[in-house]
Design a protein around this ligand. Structure first.
Ligand SMILES: Cc1cc2nc3c(=O)[nH]c(=O)nc-3n(C[C@H](O)[C@H](O)[C@H](O)COP(=O)(O)O)c2cc1C
Length: 167
């Protein structure tokens, strides 16, 4: 049997909801950034974070760096994130000739952090969905996101990873 775990950091709960659903689909444990396990025993590590100013949150970047000290070497990794925006052109792309979308920029950054000086295999399977933007505990934008439909898709993403690993 393949051993997997879902790890995430989440400030206002959107990424957590998605992480729990992916874990449900995979039938495995899910943990936040407060308690990072030793990853030695896992074959697959699913990692999620969220977006601030069109990029990975500072806490997220710090978290991913920490994971590298937990024996992530040689593991398969699948990535996911939530953000307030749709997958639109990144607002701060330096190269105007080559405008890139948030999804592209975000996954690329997560991948860059995790693979820097580490032999980590990033799977092409990825998951993204919108999350409500909360200010002072209240949903101000994207009210209701992640929706039931998005959470079902997150669970299906977990199921798909499971099936693939068992093949
Ligand atoms: C201070 C702040 C800045 C944000 N900036 C962006 C942004 O630049 N682009 C974007 O798509 N979403 C942005 N968001 C939305 C978050 O990425 C989104 O709400 C995410 O789902 C939060 O995840 P969490 O609930 O797991 O903390 C921002 C949210 C906050 C609170």
């Amino acid at each position: 049997m393949v051993k997997a775990i879902v790890l995430y950091n989440s400030r206002s709960g959107n990424t957590e909801k998605v992480a729990l659903k992916i874990a449900e689909g995979l039938g495995v444990e899910c943990r936040n950034n407060k308690k990072i396990p030793d990853l030695k025993e896992y074959d697959l590590v699913v990692i999620g974070s969220w977006v601030i100013m069109g990029r990975i949150s500072f806490a997220g970047a710090r978290y991913l760096k920490k994971l590298k000290r937990k024996n992530i070497e040689d593991k398969k990794v699948a990535l996911f994130f939530t953000s307030g925006g749709p997958d639109e052109i990144h607002p701060f792309t330096e190269n105007k000739e080559n405008p890139r979308k948030i999804k592209e920029v975000m996954f690329e950054k997560m991948e860059e952090i995790l693979t820097k000086r580490s032999q980590v295999t990033i799977l092409p399977e990825r998951f993204y969905c919108k999350g409500a933007i909360r200010m002072f505990g209240e949903e101000k934008e994207n009210v209701g996101h992640p929706t039931e439909e998005e959470l079902t898709q997150a669970k299906e993403f977990g199921e798909q990873l499971k099936k693939q690993l068992e093949e």
